[in-house]
Design a binder for this molecule. Structure first.
Ligand SMILES: Nc1nc2c(ncn2[C@@H]2O[C@H](COP(=O)(O)OP(=O)(O)OP(=O)(O)O)[C@@H](O)[C@H]2O)c(=O)[nH]1
Ligand SMILES: [Mg+2]
Length: 394
C-alpha cells in the first residue's frame, strides 16, 4: 500500500517570511500559555473550608474536603497552570506568627487568600498585616461559610442577608481597631457551597486582577466561571486559543482526512479540544464536580460527559473535520482561510489546515460555551432548591 503522505510537500520552506513569523508567534503563544504558572496560597485554620474553596475556584474536586481535621503541612494542588497551596492557619502551635512568613517562599507566590469562617483570629489578621505591609504581597481576606452566617442571623435575629453582611464587616472593623491593625482589609463574604452567591464572583474577579498578561489569561482559563459574564470572557479566551491553534496547524505535521482534500494535524486538534473543554469546565472530572451540586446538575453533567467525552478522540475529530469539508474542493476550502490563509496559501494544504482548524475549533468552542452555560444554570437551580430545603427545616 502506498504511503498516503508521500505526495505531501514539506510546508515550512514555502511559507512566506511574513506568515512564517505569525506562525512562529502563534506557536510561541501556545508554549508561553502552557508553561505559564500562577501560584496562590490559601491560609486558614482547620475546618474553615480552604479545601472546599479551592475546589469551587478550580471547578474540580482537587482537594480533599472533610469534617475531620487533615494535615497541618502545606499541600499543593495543581489545576492547569494554577497551583493552589493549602497552608495552615497562623494561630496554630506548629505555625506561629513569629516564623510564619519566613517559612514561606514568599517571592514564589502571586497572591494569598486568607480564609476565615465564623470568627476572625488575631494572629491570622496580624499575618495579613505583615504580608501586606511588610512584604508587599496581595492578600485577599475571605470569610467563608457565609451561607451559615446568613441562616444563623435569620434564625437568631431575623436579620436580612444584607444586615448580616453589615454586622460581619462591623465586627471585623472593631477587631482591627482593637488589635491596632491598619483597617485596609477588603473583605469577601463567600460560601464555597454557593459559588454563584454573595461575594464569590467579585472575589474571583479580584483574584484575576492580582496578576496580568499571560498569567491572567492562564487563570481565566483555569478557574471556574459561575455566571454568564465570566463564561463570555472564557469564550473570548477560547476563540483566541483557536486562532493560535489554527496558525500553528498551518505548519505542523499533516495527516489526510479520508475522502476529502484536507490534510490536518489531528493530534493538535485533539489537544485543542481538550483545552477548550478545560476552559469551559467540561472535562470529565470538572463536569463530575459540577454534578455534585444536585440532581439537575448531575443529570446534565452525565449527559455532557457522554457527549463531549468523544471530542477527545481521534475518530470524533476526523469525523468533525470531514463533516465541515465534504463536498468542497481544495480551492474552496483554502478560500475559507481568509487573508492569512491566503498568504499561507503559498501552500494550499497549509491554508486548508488553518481554515479547517479555525472553523472546527470555533464550532467546538460554541458548543462548549452553551453546554457550560446550561450546566452552571442547572447548578444554580440546585443551589436554590437546597437553600429552600434548608430554610424549611430551620
Ligand atoms: N455551610 C458551609 N459549609 C462549608 C463551606 N465550606 C466548607 N464547608 C464545610 O466545612 C467542612 C470543612 O471543609 P474543608 O474544605 O475540608 O475545610 P479545610 O479548611 O480544608 O479543613 P482542613 O483540611 O481540616 O484544614 C466540610 O464539611 C465542608 O463541607 C461553606 O461555605 N458553607
Ligand atoms: Mg483542607
Amino acid at each position: 500500500m502506498s504511503d498516503p503522505n508521500q505526495d505531501i510537500e514539506p510546508l515550512e520552506p514555502r511559507l512566506p517570511d511574513r506568515v512564517k513569523k505569525r506562525v512562529e508567534a502563534a506557536q510561541r503563544a501556545i508554549d508561553e500559555f502552557e508553561s505559564c504558572h500562577v501560584k496562590c496560597g490559601f491560609i486558614g485554620m482547620s475546618g474553615v473550608g480552604k479545601s472546599s474553596l479551592i475546589n469551587s475556584l478550580a471547578g474540580e474536586r482537587i482537594a480533599k474536603v472533610g469534617i475531620v481535621e487533615s494535615t497541618t503541612e502545606p499541600q499543593a494542588f495543581q489545576h492547569g497552570g494554577v497551583t493552589f497551596v493549602d497552608l495552615p492557619g497562623c494561630s496554630t502551635m506548629s505555625w506561629p506568627l513569629e516564623t510564619y512568613a519566613k517559612r514561606l517562599d514568599l517571592p514564589s507566590f502571586d497572591f494569598f487568600v486568607l480564609v476565615t469562617a465564623g470568627r476572625f483570629f488575631e494572629d491570622d489578621l496580624r499575618l495579613y498585616d505583615e504580608l501586606v505591609h511588610v512584604h508587599k504581597k496581595h492578600v485577599f481576606v475571605v470569610r467563608n461559610k457565609f451561607d451559615q452566617d446568613v441562616r444563623d442571623a435569620k434564625r437568631e435575629h431575623a436579620w436580612t442577608p444584607e444586615r448580616a453582611a453589615d454586622e460581619v464587616r462591623e465586627n471585623l472593623a472593631e477587631n482591627l481597631e482593637k488589635w491596632g491593625i491598619v483597617p485596609d482589609v477588603e473583605l469577601y463574604l463567600v460560601s464555597a457551597l454557593r459559588p454563584n452567591w454573595y461575594d464569590f464572583r467579585s472575589l474571583r474577579e479580584a483574584l484575576l486582577g492580582a496578576v496580568d498578561g499571560v498569567k491572567r489569561m492562564r487563570m481565566r482559563a483555569d478557574i471556574s466561571a459561575w455566571g454568564k459574564s465570566e463564561m463570555a470572557q472564557k469564550k473570548v479566551l477560547a476563540d483566541g486559543r483557536v486562532k493560535r491553534y489554527a496558525l500553528a496547524s498551518a505548519a505542523s505535521a499533516l495527516s489526510p482526512i479520508p475522502g476529502t482534500d484536507v490534510l490536518i494535524d489531528l493530534s493538535l486538534l485533539m489537544k485543542m479540544n481538550h483545552e477548550i473543554m478545560h476552559i469551559f469546565g467540561l472535562t470529565e472530572k470538572q463536569a463530575e464536580y459540577l454534578g455534585t451540586f444536585g440532581t439537575n446538575a448531575s443529570a446534565m453533567a452525565q449527559r455532557l460527559i457522554r457527549d463531549l467525552g468523544k471530542l477527545a478522540s481521534k475518530e470524533a475529530v476526523t469525523a468533525g473535520v470531514k463533516q465541515l469539508s465534504t463536498g468542497r474542493s481544495a480551492a474552496q476550502l483554502a478560500k475559507y482561510a481568509g487573508p492569512i490563509g491566503y498568504a499561507i496559501g503559498a501552500s494550499v494544504s497549509g491554508a486548508i489546515g488553518y481554515s479547517m482548524t479555525m472553523r472546527y475549533g470555533q464550532g467546538v468552542t460554541k458548543e462548549c460555551y452553551y453546554d457550560a452555560l446550561s450546566l452552571i444554570e442547572a447548578v444554580a437551580e440546585d443551589i436554590l432548591e437546597e437553600e429552600k430545603e434548608l430554610e424549611a427545616y430551620a
